[in-house]
Design a protein around this ligand. Structure first.
Ligand SMILES: Cc1cc2nc3c(=O)[nH]c(=O)nc-3n(C[C@H](O)[C@H](O)[C@H](O)COP(=O)(O)O)c2cc1C
Length: 507
């Protein structure tokens, strides 16, 4: 079957039917997004930790030269050269050699952090767009607000077509896209814990100014990407459609079966016998109300079957967003050994485990439930988790808070407990918290060898529907491609779209 683009018209805008979900960090990397976009659907790179992603690829010797090729197109030549001279390591690191780190995101982040984040997002999007004209998106988590502005700007420098953002209320992002398209400075409210009525606490903002970060760079107007907000309720969708600082172009409606972070259940948190959040009828999004907003929407969270796709379309959705199925395919950035182990455990005809994905209410420092696939040798094993020396050296998930001395502090409940307490955090908030920053880098084979000698372990996230990997592994296959996923999903849907265009190119 030829996988021509299947984009349907909605309010005169052509929309993809399948969005490959953004998966951090580096699981939906440029290679996966490029493949999906070339096959005519919407490929989405993850915008999480893009500075670290670039630095680690360079320190691993950038074996095929992709990052250096993209950096050679970065509009600020001097900064691109500086990044290379600081971080590129011919032949890669020696075994056990710790990666050099980027400065951390911060309320008043350093110039270097901003430059590295812009360059990281630029490289990821530029590579995903290389050699074809089909649209590419970038996905960001609102919770990582102190890192988001430079990543958005970098993605826009590379001509990103869509920005998708969830895990929070991204009300101010549409306005940021408008400002960056004119190369103007932008700022967003920085949520902080423990604010008082003191004037300095009134409007705490984090900002990014292209003129300050790249004073010597020529600044041409940039394309304003479309903005899709990831929501779990009609209330949030309506609020964003009405109250955002600029145009919202659509919604991804994500339910609690999706991989990664999930929105917490409405109301007080109640746990099941297995210790997982209980979702109820209040958590089912009102699709009629969402449809009434008049913007396109996509359904996400165990929607990766032709039947569920048809169901979504029948409910008025423009299509679906799919994560887990792509996370374990050949082109994803996930470590090959993790993909193989997951497929052995859940995907083969003979796989007969009763283990299933656990919705962990504590693992993520963000307080959002986080889906964990139980896998040997990873931090889903409590003994390995307890044995990990706590360290906070990537810091993306730190919360801004007013510390005991009244100054702003950045703290993470998975950092060393004494540090967290010193910054005014409560001990009970540290229990069961996992360092997702380090674990997610290990998931993509870029785990840190800490100076202490500790090798950071993985923690794998996936949607509830891991057993659906079997559908892509028929006929004795032990791996599958992004094309296999798309062909399966569109088996009997494509002919229904009379205005479908064919613009797939060879990946
Ligand atoms: C490995 C993995 C990582 C993910 N990371 C993110 C992320 O960083 N940001 C985000 O908005 N969604 C993330 N998601 C959610 C996906 O973008 C997508 O919405 C979801 O996976 C759809 O549900 P499904 O997994 O049942 O297909 C992730 C999902 C997976 C499986």
């Amino acid at each position: 079957m030829v996988l021509g683009t299947v984009w349907a018209s909605f309010n005169d805008v052509r929309n993809p039917i399948i969005i490959q979900g953004g998966m951090g960090a580096g699981v939906s990397d440029w290679r996966l997004a490029r493949t999906v976009s070339c096959l005519g659907h919407l490929g989405v790179v993850s915008g999480t930790a893009v500075n670290t992603l670039l630095l680690r690829r360079l320190q691993d010797g950038d074996p095929q030269g992709h990052s250096r090729r993209a950096l050679s197109q970065f509009p600020d030549r001097a900064i691109a050269e500086e990044i290379l001279s600081l971080f590129f390591q011919e032949g890669g690191r020696n075994p056990g050699q710790p990666y050099k780190l980027s400065p951390l995101s911060n309320l008043n982040a350093s110039l270097r952090f901003h430059q590295l984040s812009v360059a990281g997002a630029f490289v990821e999007v530029w590579l995903a767009k290389e050699g074809h004209d089909n649209p590419v998106g970038i996905n960001l988590l609102e919770k990582l607000q102190l890192a988001n502005l430079p990543a958005i700007y970098g993605a826009m420098l590379a001509g990103v077509d869509y920005v998708l953002m969830g895990a929070g209320i991204p009300r101010e992002i549409p306005g940021v896209l408008d400002l960056f398209s004119e190369q103007k400075a932008a700022s967003i409210k920085a949520h902080a814990v423990g604010l008082s009525s003191a004037p300095e606490h009134e409007d705490v903002r984090t900002s990014f100014d292209p003129a300050l970060v790249f004073p010597d760079m020529e600044k041409k107007p940039l394309k304003r990407p479309l903005f899709l907000a990831i929501v779990s309720s009609a209330t949030l969708a309506t609020h964003l459609a009405k109250k955002s600082t600029g145009r919202v172009d659509g919604f991804v409606v994500e339910g609690p079966l999706a991989g990664g972070h999930n929105a917490p259940p409405r109301g007080p948190l109640k746990l099941s016998e297995t210790g997982e959040p209980i979702y109820g009828s209040k958590d089912v999004p009102d699709l009629v109300a969402i449809k009434e907003i008049g913007l396109p929407f996509w359904m996400a969270g165990s929607f990766a079957t032709p039947e569920k796709l048809r169901e979504a379309l029948a409910a008025g959705a423009a299509g679906i967003q799919v994560g887990t199925a792509f996370a374990f395919c050949e082109e994803s950035g996930m470590s090959e050994s993790i993909k193989r182990a997951a497929i052995r455990k859940w995907g083969l005809p003979e796989s007969n485990t009763t283990d299933r994905v656990f919705t962990d209410p504590l693992a993520s420092p963000t307080d959002f439930p986080f889906k964990v696939a139980p896998m040997e040798g990873t931090l889903s094993d409590n003994t390995l988790y307890q044995a990990r020396p706590r360290i906070c050296d990537l810091g993306y998930l730190r919360t801004l808070a007013v510390g005991p001395s009244g100054d702003f502090v950045h703290r993470c409940p998975s950092e060393p407990v004494a540090d967290y307490l010193k910054k005014g955090g409560k001990i009970e908030e540290t229990v069961g918290r996992k360092c997702l920053c380090n674990a997610l880098m290990t998931n993509i084979d870029m785990g840190q060898s800490q100076k202490s000698g500790h090798e950071e372990l993985a923690l794998v996230t996936a949607g509830d529907d891991l057993a659906m990997l079997r559908r892509f592994l028929r006929g004795g296959k032990t791996s599958y491609s992004a094309r296999d996923v798309l062909e399966q999903l569109l088996e009997d849907v494509k002919p229904a779209f009379s205005d479908a265009t064919s613009s797939s190119v060879s990946p």
